[in-house]
Write a protein that binds this ligand. Sequence first.
Ligand code: HEC
Ligand code: HEC
Length: 257
Amino acid sequence: MDGEKIAIIGVPALAVLFLVIGFVANPPAEPVADPAPPQAFDKELAAAYVQAGCWQCHAVSTLQAELTEAFGAQAAGVRPMGPDLAGVGARFNADWHTAHFWKPEDVYAGSQMPAQRHLFEPGQTKLNEQGRRVVEFLLTLKSRSDINKPWPTVRAVAPAGDAGRGRVLFQRECAGCHGHDAKGDGPAAKFISTPRKPPALAKGDFIYLPAGERPLDSIYTVISNGVPGSAMPSFAARLSEQQRADLAAWVAKVGGK
Ligand code: HEC
Ligand code: HEC
């Protein structure tokens, strides 16, 4: 065989080899069993979302086809700079969304999202009809998504934490709802009442301290998991274990637990 022939046979052979190696290194993902029903699509609610302009920054990966068919390709998200909203309905409740639209920064430290005041009655902190529909739409986004997983429920043991660092973090991550002194009076608290207002942690307002569990562990667990169905989000993805442990240490201290 001369050099030219080797090259001709060699290139496809190499290509096949790389394909095989690539396949072994990155086998296709196993399909994950998902008990959630397929994503429902309510065109009227979706229309409120589209008219509100959320698609300028967001996509909903589970409704890509439906949004495109009903409202055109733009509606599915042009060049999303914000997170994929698939699954958010299983992560935040209606009060959280309302507070978020009023002033994202109060519920989401460091937020880049602009306030959505056009979704409120003029001069009031009450959502208008369109705002209520957008929230209702978001709450329908509960289907299969790896992006926004529902509130976790696993119980955890708090690693050792530093209350001093926790106090500083609390001002950034939690004060918007719970208030700077943890008295339940943050600026977002006026939007939140269902099923409960942000508790006054510094006054010992704790209801999630199961008997037989160290209060510090219970507090750490709530910070990590959030409270399902409430405005208390899960901080497991947003904050490190150490940060959550520091927060738990400060909350336990200030709450006398
Ligand atoms: C100018 C861009 C922009 C617009 C317009 C916008 N958002 Fe956002 N949004 C963001 C960004 C960026 C984030 C990510 C967190 C942050 O920086 O606040 C976000 C976060 C969110 C989140 C939290 C998602 C998560 O996984 O944590 C929700 C829910 C949300 N936006 C809903 C909406 C809705 C509904 C609208 C329309 C009424 C809207 N946004 C309009 C940029 C935008
Ligand atoms: C968007 C508002 C909001 C933010 C931000 C928030 N919380 Fe909460 N938090 C709540 C609400 C509302 C509840 C009550 C949930 C319920 O019982 O329905 C709660 C409950 C709690 C509880 C449980 C108290 C009990 O009854 O045992 C703890 C602990 C807590 N939050 C700590 C924190 C910490 C620490 C942070 C910051 C990392 C934080 N929260 C951020 C709204 C918020």
